[in-house]
Each structure stands twice: as structure tokens, then as C-alpha cells.
Ligand binder design. Structure first.
Ligand code: ASP
Length: 436
């Protein structure tokens, strides 16, 4: 069997939903369908999920969410009418509106786009709908409970009549709805694929899979036909936006391949993501991804390397401030810490620096902003001499000053930090060095 997850653009219009139906009708193995909330229909349209967050904000501010719900209502009622569905959508929309009024966090509201989408799609396909809250479970601390969930999903493994499951959310033991992070329906799809023992997890989106790099920066970059799970994780964590970075974890356990496909170009084979890439000719560099918005803290201290517990003490300060660390490039007497600006948003930077001073008494400490990170990812690097040299030469020739270098211990990637203003030029230079 196949698990098929359809993203927001596939759910956005009557035509796209009918296209989804034709994709499912074409293959009798496509019986487990996970859906996102309707996404954008055109570039400045608003996703249903964002409207639902706005509905929650409206209820917090004014005690009602009528005006946000009006637009959401119109969208779903319009879909039902155009698709000729005989379902009482108003009843579900009333239930959602009331639920938002009574909820104490935005998760319930945010999850309703997927819930309503699943109602529509199950009616279109004539498949049974299973509420994600009944099978996707979180513990009391809000942590996803993988094993309990897997046991619950497993029960449907032999179900062959077709099931539709809303993505993005599950339920806590006290019945409260909890969502994954944004884009989390990809993760739901992977959970279902593991639970039912799928042969393949098809993730249907609006592009033909992964490209070597961001097409907004490099015109017409090469397409990636095969990626390993680890490469995917590195690329998506670093900003390649096609798939949620956590999606590999459930499927990797049982080696289930993920196939990224395009709803609007269903004949295209897309990108395969799997463990066993034997038989494929793999390039040295598979992909180049990156993201702006990082901060570095540089710490220097003579004879740091001999000082027991130095790194631990610095990291303890960050932990106390609730800051998670992205990278830690170190030298003999220097320690660099790369943090994401988003993670630092509510932090008191001056206090962090003075706490580090108090803890390890460094000779020098400096915090700098506007760092862009670029990851050059590929399994082939391990056995290939000169990959790093090629990257650094390309950047040198493009006149880019490298502010940080970090090579993951698996030799799967080389990460460079550059000024944000040099970001596009760096991506182009590295791409041309390997693929130009
Ligand atoms: N609808 C949610 C979002 O916009 C989840 C998803 O589409 O995967 O993030």
C-alpha cells in the first residue's frame, strides 16, 4: 500500500481536489490519504491555516471570531458547492467556530483546516475519515508519543477501502488538540506510512521534488532524482522547503522510501528519498541549501583547550536562557556558537554575554548578527578529495569573505557562514563550481 500526503496547494481549489482524485483513482495502492489545509490559490492569497490563527487572535482580542470565520466559511462552502458534495458543511463550521471560542491555545484553531479538508476529501473520494486526534498522540508534556501512535495506526494496516486522515495535529491525554510545527502534515504522512507498513510514502506537492538549490537564486537548477534520508534532513533543516525536516524519522525506522511528487505534473517521477541508494550514480554534492538570520558568539581564551568543562560551562549559560544551539565550530583557543535569530527573539543578549563572562572569564567575547549559513550536502564528499577546496575557491573568486566553517563529523556536509549580503552570490558561486 501507499500513503499519499497532499499539501496545501493540492487542496486549494476545486480543480486541484479533482486532480487529487484522479491521481488516487489511477493507482489502487493509494488507499491512505493524508491532507493539509487548503493553501494559497494565487501568490498573495492567505492559507486557511493562517486565517485560523487569525481567528484565534480575534477571539482573544474580542471574544468572537466571526469576522475571520466568515472568510473561512466562504472558502469551504464554495468548495463543497463546486464539488457538488452533499455534506452539511455549515454544521462542521459552526462546531469549529464554537471550538475556537472555547479553546485556550491556538492549536485547536490551527488544526481545523486539516480537519475540514479531510471531511471534504473523504466525501469526494468516498473514503472513510479517521480523525487524527484518535490515532496521533502526544504525552502530558506535549511530546509526540511515537510508540502509542504507531500501535493505534497499525490497527488500520489491513484496511483496504480507503482512509483519509487530516495532517498536522493529534491529541494529548486530556483530549486537548496539539499541532506539530508548521508544515507538520508531512510528518503525519510519515507516521501513517510507518504505522501501516507502507511500501512507499508519496508526498504530493506543487513542485517536481528537490532541486540542487533554490531556483529563486539560481536559474533552472538541476533536479535531484535521489537523496538519502540524511541528505534530506540536512537540506530541509537548512532551508530547502519542500518537506518538513522531521519527516524522515518515522519512515527511516522501517526503510520506507519517500517519493516527492507534483500534483500538477503527475507523470514526473519527482525525487526519491531512501536509505538504499545502491545502483544510482550519486554526485559528490547532492544539494546546496542555506538560510539567513543567524547570530554568532565568538569566545577566545588562551589555553582554552586545556580547561576542563569550558564548552560545557558556556553551553550551560545558553541552556539556562532557553537557547538552542545550531553549530559549534571550535579552534584550539576559540569557541564559536551559532544561534538562529528566531531562537534568540525574546532573549536578553547582554545578560547572556555577561553570564558567559562570569562563567568562563574569556579574553574576548563578541556577538555578531546577520550571518547566513550555507550547507553543501552530499554523501559523495567522504571519498572525494578537494571538495572543500572547490567551495572555498569558488567563494574567494566571488569576492565573498567566509566568516565561519563547520564540517559535520559525518562528512556529509560542509557549512559555511557568510555575511547575509553575500548569500545569493555565494550560493551561485558554489552551484557553478559543482554543476556549472
Ligand atoms: N497547514 C499547516 C501549515 O500551513 C500544516 C501543513 O500544511 O502541513 O503549516
Amino acid at each position: 500500500m501507499k500513503v499519499c500526503k497532499f499539501g496545501g496547494t493540492s487542496m486549494a481549489t476545486t480543480q486541484s481536489i479533482l486532480q487529487v482524485k484522479s491521481i488516487i483513482d489511477r493507482d489502487p495502492e493509494r488507499k491512505f490519504i493524508v491532507v493539509s489545509a487548503p493553501g494559497k490559490r494565487f501568490s498573495n492569497d492567505v492559507k486557511i491555516t493562517d486565517m485560523l490563527y487569525a481567528a484565534y487572535d480575534e477571539k482573544v482580542a474580542f471574544g468572537t471570531c466571526k469576522s475571520s470565520m466568515k472568510v473561512i466559511r466562504e472558502r469551504f462552502l464554495g468548495l463543497c458547492e463546486e464539488l457538488g458534495l452533499d455534506i452539511d458543511m455549515n454544521k462542521y463550521l459552526d462546531e469549529v467556530e464554537e471550538g475556537i471560542i472555547n479553546s485556550t491555545s491556538s492549536d485547536y484553531a490551527a488544526s481545523r483546516g486539516e480537519y475540514l479538508s479531510a471531511i471534504v476529501v473523504s466525501a469526494v473520494l468516498g473514503f472513510k475519515m479517521i480523525d487524527a486526534g484518535d490515532i496521533i498522540k502526544f504525552n502530558n508534556n506535549g511530546i509526540f508519543d511515537a510508540e502509542l501512535t504507531n500501535d493505534l495506526v497499525k490497527k488500520y494496516a489491513d484496511y483496504t477501502d480507503g482512509i483519509v486522515i487530516p495532517g498536522f495535529y493529534g491529541r494529548m491525554p486530556d483530549k486537548t488538540i496539539k499541532t506539530f510545527t508548521r508544515g507538520g502534515s508531512d510528518f503525519t504522512g510519515a507516521i501513517i506510512a510507518r504505522g501501516i507498513g507502507a511500501r512507499i510514502y508519496e508526498n504530493w506537492t506543487d513542485v517536481n521534488g528537490f532541486m540542487v538549490t533554490d531556483p529563486r537564486i539560481v536559474e533552472n537548477p538541476k533536479h535531484i532524482s535521489v537523496l538519502s534520508y540524511e541528505e534530506l534532513r540536512e537540506l530541509s533543516y537548512m532551508g530547502a522547503g519542500v518537506l518538513h525536516p522531521d519527516s524522515i524519522f518515522p519512515v527511516q525506522i522501517d526503510n520506507i522510501p519517500i517519493n516527492i511528487r507534483n500534483t500538477f505534473d503527475p507523470e514526473n517521477e519527482g525525487t526519491m528519498i531512501m536509505d538504499n541508494t545502491a545502483g544510482y550514480v550519486l554526485p559528490v554534492v547532492t544539494g546546496i541549501a542555506g538560510r539567513k538570520g543567524n547570530t554568532t558568539i565568538l569566545i577566545k581564551k588562551a589555553m582554552m583547550n586545556g580547561e576542563l568543562g569550558f564548552c560545557r560551562k558556556v553551553l550551560t549559560v545558553l541552556e539556562r536562557h532557553g537557547i538552542s544551539v545550531e553549530h559549534i565550530p571550535t579552534g584550539i583557543d576559540t569557541m564559536g556558537i551559532v544561534l538562529s535569530d528566531a531562537g534568540l527573539k525574546n532573549a536578553d543578549e547582554e545578560k547572556i554575554i555577561s553570564d558567559i563572562r562570569g562563567m568562563v572569564n574569556p579574553d574576548f567575547i563578541k556577538i555578531s548578527h546577520s550571518l547566513a549559513l550555507i550547507a553543501v550536502v552530499g554523501h559523495g564528499m567522504v571519498n572525494q578529495l578537494g571538495t572543500a577546496a572547490k567551495i572555498f575557491t569558488a567563494l574567494y573568486e566571488a569576492g565573498v569573505n567566509i566568516r565561519m566553517i563547520d564540517q559535520g563529523s559525518s562528512e556529509l556536509n560542509i557549512i559555511v557562514g557568510v555575511e547575509e549580503k553575500d548569500y545569493n552570490a555565494s550560493i551561485k558561486a558554489i552551484y557553478n563550481a559543482f554543476f556549472g
